[in-house]
Design a protein around this ligand. Structure first.
Ligand code: ADP
Length: 191
């Protein structure tokens, strides 16, 4: 299983990613989680990216590729991966597609979690109260949504053109979304 979750902030990539990882027995590799771990550990990389995370801006492509590609390649060798948050721009996708294809580790599907913007904002503000993530403030949420629209949404067409895209209605309860994803992946594998 080599798949990726694509969607706006608050679309449920983290929740679904963890569930799919458990179901398929492969790692959930989430760029935001790895970046936040670097910041917490106070590494050089963490110091370089902290400002971007707090502002909701994308960290530079080279830094994120250097962090993610080795993890993705070794997971692919061990049986697969559920990617979450990477690639996040067409430039990242073009270079990741090439690097992964070279090792026979390319994406087999891309799950787009479609959620209306109003609902994304509602979920993120709700999470802000419980989780306390530094980028879950009204102002930074607005910036993250803008970055998603400008940089990440074009990936939908990028992967549709490669016939990898599976679009899911993700503005329903998490369990229903999981069921729909599993059904879609099974239908696809059965083809
Ligand atoms: P969300 O999708 O809910 O906004 P993430 O945890 O996926 O949250 O990402 C948090 C932050 O980490 C982003 O706003 C960005 O600063 C940084 N980030 C994560 N993935 C990438 C990436 N592929 N490229 C550049 N920056 C990234």
């Amino acid at each position: 299983m080599r798949t990726m979750l694509l969607g706006g902030p608050g679309s449920g990539k983290g929740t679904q990613g963890q569930r799919l990882a458990r179901h398929y027995g492969v790692p959930h590799i989430a760029s935001g989680d790895l970046l936040r771990a670097e910041v917490r550990a106070g590494t050089d990389l963490g110091r370089q990216v902290a400002g971007c995370l707090d502002a909701g801006r994308l960290v530079p492509d080279e830094l994120i590729s250097d962090l993610m590609l080795p993890a993705v390649l070794s997971a692919a060798e061990a049986g697969g991966y559920i990617l979450d948050g990477f690639p996040r721009s067409v430039a990242q996708a073009v270079s990741a597609d090439a690097a992964l294809a070279e090792s026979g580790a390319g994406l087999q599907s891309v799950l787009f979690l479609a959620v209306a913007e109003q609902e994304l904002v509602r979920r993120l503000l709700e999470r802000a109260e419980s989780a306390g993530r530094s980028d879950d403030t009204a102002e930074v949420i607005a910036d993250r949504l803008r970055v998603f629209e400008a940089e990440t949404r074009p990936l939908i067409e990028h992967y549709r053109a490669q016939r990898l895209l599976i679009e899911m209605a993700a503005d329903q309860p998490a369990d229903r979304v999981t069921e729909a994803i599993l059904a879609a992946l099974e239908a696809r594998d059965g083809k």
